[in-house]
Design a protein. Structure first.
Length: 457
């Protein structure tokens, strides 16, 4: 299942009544828009990064932590090499069952990897149970997130879909619970809302300890409702144009941290965050070309307040703003091109004990050209040319500035109509470095059934 239930299937048309065939119609539209891009997975990754605090280097630290870990000059280039083709994102967004993953070499001793697995089981009339597993391991993130949905489509014939989502974890006070509601409109599109209780059982866990008379070194208490809300809209296609909007807010939340033996460490932790993404895509008439512009923004603030000693107070504000233009073209049945240019800013302001303030400016440009070529039914090639330019100032002092270029050559195999994989190596195009720059693998399985007119990806 996806982060927002309305994004399970593509959009409908402008205002109109819901009917029992709407999901089949949506699936047909999705198949027609097979070669297209969507921001669904990108928004979901940002949302989960904030909710799943245990995946970060410091679970009690700032909300994004983009500069922790053993980063190096070509790290962000390495992470972008194995990413899934943009043109397959819409296909993946519509799948209730599927698997995809990538693996990339970072050094002689470690790998980065990302896994996404999902499946759905029908239950009662229009009900279902769904399970999704997400894993990401790299120099910054170590995420192992399982989600379980209990849902129902067309509740009571109203046209509304709904689901309750659980995030089971080993730590009770890190469990999140979500409620998802969506509505499809025939001539308008798909609108959805998602309500989340973040760390929903914190007070219950620590309250139970108190009731049993146990003493803990640290006691935590939520002082307000830990709520978060996300919304989504996927428009119908009008004159070849379609759009997407996603937004989320982590409402201001405060937790009290009391230390039994070290009361001088007692403090309040405040946090809140805003997320937003938008996309507009044009299916160019006559040409087999899609052109799009996408923008993503995340702003998060974490503050530690020490009531007994204000000189210890500190705060961290983190912002990520990315803008992307892209072209996706399939001039031949066996050939697909993807071109994109992305500008990303990652400013950060930290106010430390004593009122000292440090500011980091972090700018990046990433240009990519990718060709997916399937001259035969089974064997083809995945070729990519990337250039990344990074410029930073301010702490932390990381040796990541510069301009780096890479050529990626991969063998692509279509194992079945629904399963493809590519694997190969990268080649550094910069002087003064070893030409070999690590290998990797990408795989995607989406059981869409046999259709000889489709090729994968």
């Amino acid at each position: 299942m996806d982060i927002l239930l309305p994004i399970l299937l593509s959009s409908t048309f402008l205002f109109g009544d819901y009917d029992e065939d709407v999901h089949e119609q949506l699936a047909e539209q999705l198949a027609e828009q097979e070669v297209a891009f969507t921001l669904q997975d990108s928004f979901e990754e940002s949302w989960l990064r904030i909710l799943d605090r245990t995946s970060l280097p410091d679970p009690d630290g700032p909300m994004l932590q983009r500069f922790d870990g053993a980063l190096y000059r070509r790290y962000h280039l390495d992470i972008n090499v194995p990413d899934f083709p943009m043109s397959t994102e819409t296909v993946w967004a519509g799948q209730r069952t599927g698997v995809r993953f990538w693996v990339q070499s970072l050094s002689e001793f470690d790998l980065a990897n990302r896994w996404q697995l999902r499946t759905e089981i029908p239950t009662w009339d229009d009900g279902y149970l769904a399970v999704r597993y997400d894993r990401r391991q790299d120099r910054i993130t170590d995420q192992h997130l399982l989600r379980f949905d209990v849902g129902h489509r067309d509740i009571g014939g109203s046209g509304f879909d709904g689901a309750i989502r659980f995030h089971p974890k080993a730590e009770k006070n890190d469990i999140d619970v979500e409620l998802l509601v969506s509505r499809h409109f025939r001539h308008f599109g798909t609108v959805g809302l998602q309500f989340a209780a973040v760390d929903a059982f914190t007070n219950a866990s620590f309250g139970l300890v108190e009731a049993r008379g146990r003493q803990l070194e640290e006691h935590i208490r939520q002082t307000n409702l830990p709520l978060a809300v996300a919304g989504s809209f996927q428009s119908a296609t009008v004159l070849g144009f379609r759009g997407e909007l996603y937004g989320g807010v982590i409402f201001p939340q405060t937790r009290e941290h009391d230390f039994r033996d070290e009361p001088q460490l007692d403090h309040l932790r405040h946090r809140h965050a805003l997320l937003g993404t938008a996309l507009i895509e044009w299916d160019v008439p006559v040409l087999t070309l899609r052109a799009g512009f996408a923008m993503e923004a995340v702003h998060a603030r974490m503050e530690w307040e020490y009531p007994d000693d204000a000189t210890l107070n500190r705060s961290v504000e983190e912002t990520t703003l990315a803008r992307r233009i892209y072209l996706i073209s399939q001039p031949l049945e066996t050939l697909r091109f993807e071109t994109s240019a992305t500008q990303t800013g990652r400013p950060q302001t930290e106010r430390g004990p004593g009122g000292d303030e440090t500011t980091r400016a972090d700018g990046e440009w990433l240009a990519s050209f990718r060709a997916l070529w399937m001259p035969t039914e089974v064997v083809g090639g995945d070729f990519q040319l990337l250039r990344i330019t990074r410029s930073t100032t301010g702490p932390p002092d990381l040796d990541i500035d510069g301009q780096f270029n890479r050529l990626v050559t991969r063998l692509m195999l279509r194992i079945t109509d629904d399963l493809w994989t590519s694997f190969g190596v990268g080649w550094t195009l910069d002087e003064g470095t070893s030409i070999y720059d690590g290998g990797g693998m990408t795989l995607m399985w989406v059981p869409r059934g046999h259709n000889p007119e489709r090729w994968v990806p």
